[in-house]
Ligand binder design. Structure first.
Ligand SMILES: Cc1cc2nc3c(=O)[nH]c(=O)nc-3n(C[C@H](O)[C@H](O)[C@H](O)COP(=O)(O)OP(=O)(O)OC[C@H]3O[C@@H](n4cnc5c(N)ncnc54)[C@H](O)[C@@H]3O)c2cc1C
Length: 459
């Protein structure tokens, strides 16, 4: 029998495995991806959101606990567990030292559209370097790692974990362990489950990260008596280039042109205020907005004045010298798009353009309005980008307490099941998103779960 079984191979699982092994537990980690694709969504990440009261290492200025929490309250509309959220925020203050001691290097924020130098510490080499460093550390500590181990079944009695079964190379294996840390992500790669939640619209979603987060472990925990938290339609989803691959396109497929022009649906109609707020506070709503449009497709349109003001796109823009020509190139009705652009141009009021603040360039008597950065679309060449909802991760998960223990239907914590990362992020993220908090949640609860699991087996 194993001491600690960790299911998952991303940030949360690795933090748990390392923490448990450091306390002397024998740890087995099952990762369903092959070695080359290990690390789940974590290998796509760039940064972690941290609180700090003064400028520290790569972080500028200060980002105190209350401001962090207020930001979280705003994006979630209050749908967060304050106790768990504050615990996560507080633990983020010393997290970089812990990470650095286990091989993660940091760098200052790079230039780009997200002004995060105060709030987010960036990983040198990105999430892939972070994941590789953690695997090296885990191996050095004696953690046994099995790749291509797809866990499909958990045996649980009265909320107590007994054993897991996984498939490797087509063969079923069974492993017993004294304690389980479930860190196998959400269900965002499971197109059938997404369809259950979203209906046929889900067929047009693209998955930004790993294809391996199928939610099998989450489902088994729920069936085994764990309390569920969150709404299956709640997720982090952004606008990405519609030409991106179905899975694993990663960070580069995101498009940051939205606030600088207009966005129309397949009928050529605008459907939301592109200038509602600063981009870092709004980018994460656009996936859901596009998901609600016909055929889940939209188009971002900018003119020559704005083309150097956003991060270069990985796919080339579709270019034309007139709006009707652009419409034809995008497959839109030229009359409809021209009408939309003409109405928009008529509504734009003169102001002083400043993309770094909520400026006074707005539309007048237009529905929906554009509240900031409204500029005439009048300077060719015009660029268009097709957009699809790009799902990052889902929020439906299992309920946990501050010890990362999974709560059962009656509210009592399971004696030996812990959860960390996306699989329990819904405790803190009822909806909305705060850039970098995914890694904060996974690191915090991964560490707590790993330490708790080790203490359980040592007791
Ligand atoms: C493109 C992109 C960019 C992102 N950027 C950031 C960022 O900069 N900062 C941030 O905070 N967050 C970011 N996120 C979100 C972040 O990736 C997640 O919040 C975080 O990585 C979750 O960690 P995790 O360990 O819970 O899940 P993951 O890292 O996804 O790990 C889940 C693991 O479980 C394994 N697994 C799944 N099912 C099974 C099974 N049945 N059996 C065995 N193993 C299984 C998977 O293979 C994977 O290794 C980004 C996500 C994406 C997709």
């Amino acid at each position: 029998m194993e001491d600690v079984l960790v299911i998952g191979g991303g940030n949360a699982a690795l933090c748990a495995a390392i923490s448990a092994a450091e306390l002397g537990a024998r740890v087995l980690l099952l990762e369903c991806a092959p070695k080359d694709f290990r690390g789940g969504n974590s290998r796509h990440t760039r940064n972690i959101r941290c609180m700090h009261d003064t400028p520290v290492d790569v972080l500028t200025d200060a980002y105190p606990e209350d401001e962090y929490f207020d930001d979280l309250l705003r994006v979630t509309g209050g749908e967060t567990d304050e106790h768990l959220a504050r615990l996560t925020i507080r633990s983020s203050s010393d997290v970089r030292a812990w990470m650095a001691a286990r091989g993660v290097h940091f760098q200052r924020a790079l230039s780009g559209t997200l002004q995060l130098s105060r709030t987010n510490a960036f990983f040198l080499g990105g999430g892939k370097a972070l994941v590789n460093a953690y695997y090296r550390t885990a191996e050095r500590l004696g953690v046994r790692i099995v790749y291509e181990a797809d866990v499909r079944k958990l045996e649980m009695t009265d909320g107590r974990f007994l054993a897991a079964s996984y498939v490797k190379n087509g063969e079923a294996q069974r492993v017993e362990a004294r304690v389980l840390v479930a860190a196998a992500g959400g269900f965002e790669s499971n197109l059938r489950w997404l369809r259950e939640a979203w209906g046929p619209a889900a067929d047009n979603f693209l998955v930004r990260g790993t294809p391996y987060n199928m939610g099998w472990v989450l489902r088994e925990l729920i069936d085994g008596g764990a309390q569920m938290i969150g709404d299956p339609t709640q997720c982090h989803a952004i606008a990405i280039d519609a030409r991106s691959p179905k899975f694993d396109g990663g960070i580069v497929t995101r498009l940051d042109s939205i606030t600088l022009g207009i966005v129309v649906n397949k009928n050529g109609d605008r459907f939301y205020d592109e200038g509602e707020d600063l981009w870092p506070k709004r980018y994460a709503i656009w996936g859901r907005l596009i998901a609600q449009q016909p055929d889940q497709i939209a188009y971002s349109i900018v003119d020559a004045k704005m083309q150097r003001r956003f991060m270069p796109s990985v796919y080339p823009p579709i270019e034309a010298n007139t709006i009707p020509e652009l419409a034809l190139a995008l497959g839109l009705d030229p009359h409809a798009l021209k009408k939309t652009v003409d109405e928009y141009n008529l509504a734009v009021e003169a102001g002083t353009f400043d993309h770094t603040i909520l400026d006074d360039c707005k539309t007048h008597y237009l529905t929906p309005p554009k509240s900031h950065w409204a500029q005439h679309l009048d300077t060719p060449p015009y660029w268009g980008y097709p957009l699809r909802p790009g799902i990052t991760f889902t929020y439906l998960g299992v309920k946990v307490n501050e010890h990362a223990r999974v709560l059962l239907q009656d509210g009592v914590p399971s004696p030996n099941v812990f959860a960390a990362g996306e699989i329990m992020a819904g405790n803190i993220l009822g909806k909305g998103y705060l850039g970098g908090i995914g890694m904060t949640i996974g690191t915090t609860f991964g560490r707590i779960a790993g330490e708790g699991a080790a203490r359980y087996v040592m007791a």
